[in-house]
Design a protein around this ligand. Structure first.
Ligand code: MG
Ligand code: MG
Length: 633
């Protein structure tokens, strides 16, 4: 199958859209009628621009309210069709894209509609054109692909075919068994979209919430499997109406569009055991067994305070880099790299983002295979300059220009800390923390789907439904990606946050301070009370939680008074789900931005979402309090 995209998917005016689509590597496009109407040039100009960009125009869609018109309006409807045929010919394209009628006076009846299409097919054939028929899920009489197929079948004209759009089929949950029996050569065109599962009317859902394959909850593999059974080998075209895409970057959405189709075709082939025609070969996705290390970019001036904070968190400086101003801090399974090397990637990252996480290293099964997969998915591999005898750890570009290193168990890469670092001989205390529990990244709201697709396509991951969290400045959307949680090292938990309001903590983090990036890292401990007591004693400033929270906890939780008093004294929050209980505490923010979280999971699977509003309010109050310890006083 060859791939295409509709101009409605992306932001901008028509020529900007076409340029972005061509730059992403698409060779074909559907022109959305509204884009053409708003364009000041002639259809011939559009045809020329597309030709210059190497884009084939597949159709100019849609043609609405055609079939089933009463006798007094029927002639006029055919006149409209003839004018649309003229337009298609000026554009140099062949397919008239008819979507099922929503006209209040349209009449039903399969045979009546089939007769209309037979006549339309006859007229199209005279001009060397074709007609396709799509059932809209909100169509007046035809809103099910099984009925549009019956109309096409009974029209019995070689120039009339079926258009399938998986959104209109899967939104309603219509069975796909019928699709398998449709001959592929009767299918004119296929449109594809994903969408989150939402409870809303079909029209609003379709017009605002469709998203790219891999960003939503639809069973696209099931659809592709049924489509492959038909023998269809034509176009597969993205038709996405999404408010974030309308506000986002045309270049980025067009590139994501290609990435999503490449991913979906490979995913469908791999999961069904039957490769999709035209799918790019690539290695399968690997689960992430753990976050191997996190790298902080910290300048020389901020470094003492930052390292004092790590020490208060229970970390020990266990290594110094052989050639660079870089040190390794460790505790139990956790490794943090603090990079203050001038004129390095970290230094340039620090200049734009401040003290922050500039890289995240993920442990995968096979680094080379994951890099090859990243390349096939149009991700951007990154080479870091290394000194003699140092390891070149492969990486791809991640959020905000940060790096995602990929480490595997092969001898050299798994010993990165021994190869690049000289032991300091400093001996650690009894660990307070056990491992990295989750990494939380904050980004522009419009970027969220891009990074969701980045992770969901590159690694073997699952995503949980998006959640809304209340911040004193507005709503923050939060989306969790999990991978390899069944691995002994407990895998990767990643939280993506974005906010439409400019006044939330998330938005201020992105726009006022640090740009898109890691906003907090949560460490897991077996004993949060002991850990937080120790950290407070070491001078670490924890985020103060209001008394009212604990009064409420007395009323709603099963904790006893003594337990609550202890949590209150340590600023620890509590939650419970069906699987168990959860305790969490936060450090104050570093310069108003980054912070650490300490968690203790006793079976609990979530992230403390019910407490997020309390945390965000506390952070808003404490906005400018530094987290750096003042020393014991
Ligand atoms: Mg459609
Ligand atoms: Mg968290």
């Amino acid at each position: 199958m060859r791939t295409s995209i509709a101009t409605v998917c992306i932001s901008g005016v028509l020529h900007e859209k076409l340029e972005a689509i061509a730059a992403a590597g698409f060779k074909a496009v559907e022109i959305f009628e509204n884009d053409l109407i708003a364009y000041p040039g002639s259809p011939a100009d559009v045809r020329r621009i597309c030709a210059d960009l190497g884009l084939t125009i597949l159709t100019c869609q849609p043609f609405r309210d055609f079939e089933g018109m009463p006798a007094d309006k029927r002639q006029r409807t055919f006149d409209r069709a003839e004018r649309k045929f003229d337009l298609l010919q000026e554009l140099g394209t062949e397919l008239l894209f008819v979507c099922s009628s929503v006209a209040p006076d349209a009449q039903g009846g399969i045979d009546r509609l089939a007769a209309d299409f037979r006549e339309l097919g006859e007229r199209a054939a005279k001009r060397g054109l074709r007609v396709g028929y799509e059932a809209l899920v909100w169509g007046r009489h035809i809103n099910d692909y099984r009925d549009s197929w019956e109309v096409v079948r009974r029209a019995g004209h070689q120039s009339v075919g079926l258009i399938l759009d998986n959104f209109h089929i899967q939104a309603r949950g219509t069975e796909l068994a019928t699709l398998r029996s449709i001959p592929g050569d009767r299918i004119s065109f296929v449109q594809i979209a994903d969408a989150p599962k939402l409870q809303m009317d079909y029209l609003s859902w379709a017009r605002h919430w469709r998203c790219l394959p891999g960003q939503g909850d639809f069973d696209l593999v099931g659809f592709m499997d049924a489509l492959e059974t038909t023998g269809y080998d034509g176009w597969l075209s993205l038709e996405i109406f999404n408010d974030r895409f309308r506000a986002g970057s045309a270049t980025s959405v067009a590139l994501d569009g290609r990435r999503s189709l490449i991913w979906m075709m490979e995913e469908a082939g791999r999961r069904t055991g039957r490769p999709v025609r035209g799918a790019a070969p690539m290695p399968p996705p690997s689960p992430v067994s753990k976050v191997e290390f996190l790298e902080f970019a910290v300048n020389e001036r901020d470094r003492p305070g930052f390292e004092a904070m790590l020490a208060a968190l229970g970390f020990t400086r266990t290594g110094r880099h052989r050639s660079k101003e870089v040190s390794l801090w460790s505790q139990a399974e956790i490794r943090l790299v603090v990079n203050s090397e001038p004129a390095s990637f970290a230094a340039s990252y620090e200049i734009t983002h401040g003290a922050s996480v500039c890289a995240m290293a993920l442990r995968v099964d096979d680094t080379a295979a994951t890099i090859a997969r990243a390349e096939a998915l149009l991700d951007t591999p990154y080479g870091v300059p290394v000194g003699p005898g140092e390891l070149d750890i492969p990486a791809v570009r991640g959020l905000g220009g940060s790096l995602v290193y990929l480490v595997d168990g092969s001898s050299a890469l798994s010993r990165w800390h021994e190869v690049d670092f000289v032991p300091t001989g400093e001996s650690g205390r009894e660990p307070l923390l056990e491992r990295i529990d989750h990494v939380s990244q904050t980004m522009q709201y419009e970027e969220m789907l891009t990074w969701l697709l980045f992770y969901a396509s590159l690694i073997d991951a699952t995503k949980t439904p998006s959640q809304a969290v209340l911040d004193p400045g507005g709503v923050v959307q939060s989306q969790v990606i999990e991978s390899g949680l069944d691995r002994p090292e407990r895998g990767l938990r990643l939280v993506l946050n974005g906010s439409q309001s400019h006044r939330t903590q998330s938005a201020r983090f992105v726009t006022d301070f640090f740009g898109s990036g890691v906003q907090h890292i949560a460490f897991a401990t077996f004993d949060i009370r002991a850990a937080v007591s120790h950290m407070k004693a070491a001078g670490l400033v924890m985020l103060p939680i209001p008394e009212n929270y604990y009064d409420d906890l007395e009323a709603r939780s099963d904790l006893n008074v003594e337990e609550i008093a202890e949590l209150r004294s340590l600023d620890i929050l509590h939650d419970r789900d069906a699987a168990g209980s959860f305790l969490q505490a936060y450090t104050a923010t570093l310069d108003g931005g980054f912070f650490f979280e300490i968690v203790q999971r006793d079976g609990y699977q979530g992230y403390g979402a019910p407490n997020a509003a309390v945390r965000l309010a506390a952070q808003t109050r404490a906005a400018r309090h530094p987290a750096i310890p003042r020393g014991r006083s």
